[in-house]
Design a protein around this ligand. Structure first.
Ligand code: ADP
Ligand code: MG
Length: 554
């Protein structure tokens, strides 16, 4: 018709679609979870908008998702009675890529070739566009809540889509219906048992009930009850249920490495359910990456932009549901709410406490968590002074004594040598290289353990002068090594530094030649085999930090 408009996808969408369709190894089941999660999001958005505008939900029934299959025609539709989309929202949401991180993700998939790339897709919530993994055509009809217009979006996923007005009698009374014309080799997605299996495995705990209509004219049968998992007592929830919930909440396909679920009572009442992912998200260090905790008020989703955990725990996924905020709280108000500050404090403490317990009860699980996220947690060492001691307690390190394993500062403190008064560390980019530094010679000769730090954040926290158990941290690439009082492992007498006139003369000669290059030249007990090494002055940045600063142009 005259009002049908054809448009091209944004270039990045075409790239994404191409990638998905051609990654034959990826798990195609995920499309259903993506469409169900969009339907559930739409119901939650409506629930939230209706707090301010109750008229929006006067008609149209309770939030519900319906999956309708037609095995003979080979079609499948997913409908919801949620917020719906206007014409402009449709064009924006289904023609561009809004999500931050998606581009970075695509670059990673393209860099990793073949099968590896396909696995990356599997780990990532690929969103609405994943429908084209199973469909030759996708037809979306939507009616925005409160609107008397409906719109239709159609595409074969090959570069273009069309948008046209839809007849009201062919549109949901409110919300969205996504219909897939299934590809020849994807017809199984119109069969009851396949749908049942996938919904149970992936979406059994979305907070909106899901029903299945197995063929045209059949009665809907319930597949999932929409009960919010977090409201159940812990003892009634199985590990598989937690995993399933985590996956639908976080759009991750891995297993959570740790689950923290508790109800706070007393001054503030809230329930928190938080997961530490089992694998490292690709955008962990993305500067724009926000926390991923959702805020609910009495089971109504309010926002995922309230900062419910500090930045250094931004890898934790989960939610907080409180009854202490009014339902009509605005998203803006939330940021400054003292209640939220208290909740953030409570949830942070509990997550750190549980991680601490895990580090004792399941050291290997904890080591894996630390391997994935330790570099982020260490940001807390300079961002959260109040918890520095606790975070230092969680921290694990490669050291000159750790071999392939990891050591805690408690381990370190228990292995101090006679007269050792500091915790020594060396920072660099490459573990093997720092482990081979000449600066370590004198420490090795005395059996003094040195932390080998190679995360980007290490220079920052280590130079912010923390101490642990009363012992200051000291960079071995800075200042005098003061090892003279610590006995040598082989029992030799301490080498006497800078006593002979020859050595003094040599130092004097070096000083003159290097006068514009170095601030000082001195004899040191830091070295045993090497002749010389560079160190930074006593005060100020250590060697690695100096390099960082000069790289940053300061
Ligand atoms: P995400 O869900 O992460 O935003 P998607 O690709 O899954 O990314 O969806 C893109 C957007 O399309 C959503 O943010 C939403 O605005 C819109 N959308 C998709 N499905 C629906 C739906 N059933 N109801 C309303 N809006 C929808
Ligand atoms: Mg989505």
């Amino acid at each position: 018709t005259a009002t049908t408009e054809n448009r091209s996808f944004e270039a990045d969408v075409s790239r994404l679609l191409h990638m998905m369709v051609h990654s034959v190894y990826s798990d195609r089941d995920v499309f259903l979870r993506e469409l169900i999660s969009n339907a559930a999001d739409a119901c939650e958005k409506l629930r939230y908008e209706a707090i301010a505008t109750p008229a929006l939900i006067e008609n149209g029934g309770k939030p519900a998702i319906t999956i309708a299959a037609d095995p003979e025609a080979g079609t499948l539709s997913i409908s919801d009675n949620g917020i719906g989309m206007s014409r402009d929202e449709m064009i924006e949401a289904l023609g561009t890529i809004a999500r931050s991180g998606t581009r970075a993700f695509m670059e990673q998939v393209e860099a990793a070739k073949g099968k590896e790339g396909a696995q990356l897709i599997g780990q990532f919530g690929v969103g609405f566009y994943s429908s084209f993994m199973v469909a030759s055509e996708v037809d979306v009809v939507s009616r925005r809540a409160g609107s008397d217009e409906a719109w239709r979006w159609i595409s074969d996923g090959k570069g273009e889509f069309s948008v046209s007005p839809a007849a009201l009698d062919d549109a949901p009374g409110r919300g969205t219906r996504v219909t897939l014309k299934l590809l020849e080799d994807a017809k199984t997605y119109a069969e009851r048992w396949t749908l049942e299996r996938i919904v149970k495995a992936q979406s059994g705990h979305v907070p909106v009930p899901i029903a299945l209509v197995e063929k045209p004219g059949a009665e809907p049968t319930p597949l999932a009850d929409g009960a919010a998992l977090w409201t159940k007592p812990k003892s009634e929830i199985t590990p598989a249920e937690y995993t399933d919930f985590y996956r639908s909440l976080a759009a991750q396909y891995d297993e959570p490495a740790a689950t923290v679920h508790f109800r706070a009572e007393g001054r503030h009442e809230y329930t928190a359910l938080a997961f530490v992912p089992g694998s490292k998200p690709f955008d962990l260090f993305d500067a724009e990456r926000k926390g991923r905790m959702k805020l609910y008020v009495k089971r109504v989703f309010i926002t995922d932009e309230a900062e419910l955990l500090p930045r250094y725990l931004r890898f934790v996924r989960g939610l907080v549901d409180t009854s202490d905020l009014p339902l009509n709280v605005s998203r803006e108000m939330i940021q400054d709410s003292p209640l939220l500050v208290a909740i953030k404090k409570g949830v942070t403490s509990r997550v750190l406490l549980d991680l601490g317990k895990l580090s004792e009860s399941e050291p290997e699980t904890f080591a894996a968590i630390w391997g994935n996220f330790g570099a982020v947690v260490k940001e807390g060492l300079y961002e959260d002074y109040e918890r520095r001691e606790q975070l230092l307690g969680l921290a694990r390190f490669r050291t000159t004594a750790s071999g392939e394993g990891l050591r805690s500062l408690k381990d370190y403190a228990a292995a101090l040598k006679e007269n050792q008064t500091a915790i020594y560390y060396i920072v660099g980019d490459d573990l093997a290289r720092i482990a081979a530094s000449p600066q370590l010679e004198g420490f090795r000769a005395r059996g003094v353990e040195v932390l080998l730090l190679n995360d980007h954040v290490d220079s920052f926290w280590a130079s912010s002068a923390p101490d642990f158990d009363g012992k200051p941290f000291k960079s071995i690439t800075q200042g005098a090594a003061d090892l003279g009082l610590i006995p040598l492992v082989n029992g030799d007498a301490q080498p006497s530094a800078a006593t002979s006139p020859q050595v003094d003369a040599l130092i004097e000669a070096f000083k003159q030649i290097l006068t514009s290059e170095v601030a000082d030249v001195r004899a040191s007990d830091r070295l045993t085999d090497s002749a010389v090494c560079l160190v930074a002055p006593d005060k100020g940045p250590d060697r690695q930090f100096e390099k960082l600063l000069s790289a940053a142009g300061r």
